[in-house]
Ligand binder design. Structure first.
Ligand code: BEZ
Length: 264
């Protein structure tokens, strides 16, 4: 995925603003080690300094990390694929806002999260739930297909039941797994939806001439006007899944009654 870090920072800063509510679940403890997974331009990584002095921001996008380093010099930001994190028993908290739905393989992701957490460490995250941006996706798909372009689902938006089971398989004990609607106003009045699509559907749009992109935006706007335009702004049909889970002390994949070997 190519990211336009400036467009993200200027027009989609609401992503981090909504994440502030999730931050209130992170305990304050100056000694704890926190990882912000999928940190984008670093707004919440910086805010996490209120919770601890030891905070690392990680993102797979060099553009995003470049912007984060520029905005918050001196903080520890890394360009890394979350599934390939090298840490073992290292973090007390892994925090993530609006990032997990970009990662296709949650088996690999949650294994890496479980490995990187200390025993009893917590995963605190929020991302797109089942049926997230469904109306937007349903309007985008036929516009692309009319141009003979295939629509590829790039996102993972799980149900609560599915995600509980994924967490347990990775050795993470679900404490909170809930989903909810979060209608999200988009900046820039009439241009809000097309700016949003330009940022987040860019992988599908980048091969098109600007004239064809604009045609897609106009078709989407026409299809969605009745449902998502409130008279002054576009309101995206976001749904969230919020997760708090802790790493089981004895680690993943150990069945009931498993024995530990004592060295005498
Ligand atoms: C979101 O739910 O945050 C989201 C999902 C897909 C594209 C952009 C944003």
């Amino acid at each position: 995925m190519d990211w336009n870090a400036d467009l993200y920072e200027n027009k989609h800063d609401f992503v981090a603003e909504y994440g502030r509510d999730l931050l209130s679940n992170v305990p304050e403890n100056p000694g704890q080690a926190i990882l912000d997974l999928g940190c984008g331009t670093g707004t919440l990584t910086h805010a996490l300094l209120e919770k601890s002095t030891s905070v690392v921001g990680l993102d797979a996008s060099p553009e995003m990390i470049g912007k984060a380093r520029q905005l918050y010099p001196g903080m520890d930001f890394r360009v890394l694929d979350a599934c390939l994190m090298p840490w073992n028993n290292w973090f007390d908290v892994i925090f993530s806002n609006a990032a997990f739905h970009w990662i296709p393989d949650h088996g690999a992701l949650l294994k890496a999260v479980s490995r990187a957490l200390k025993p009893q460490g917590k995963l605190i995250c929020e991302f797109g739930a089942h049926r997230n941006i469904l109306r937007i996706r349903e309007a985008f798909r036929p516009s692309l297909e009319r141009m003979n372009l295939p629509y590829k689902t790039r996102f993972y938006f799980p149900t609560v039941e599915e995600y509980r089971s994924m967490l347990e398989q990775a050795g993470l004990r679900p404490e909170v797994v809930m989903d909810f609607d979060r209608p999200t106003p988009l900046k820039d009045g009439p241009y809000g939806l097309r700016n949003w699509a330009r940022q987040f559907f860019w992988a599908d749009l980048k091969c098109l001439h600007e004239k064809r992109r604009v045609r897609i935006f106009e078709e989407m706007e026409k299809a969605l006007r009745d449902e998502l335009w409130d008279g002054t702004q576009w309101v995206a049909d976001y749904r969230r899944i919020r997760v708090i889970a802790s790493k089981q002390a004895e680690g993943p994949h150990r069945g009931k009654g498993a024995r530990t070997c004592r060295i005498r």
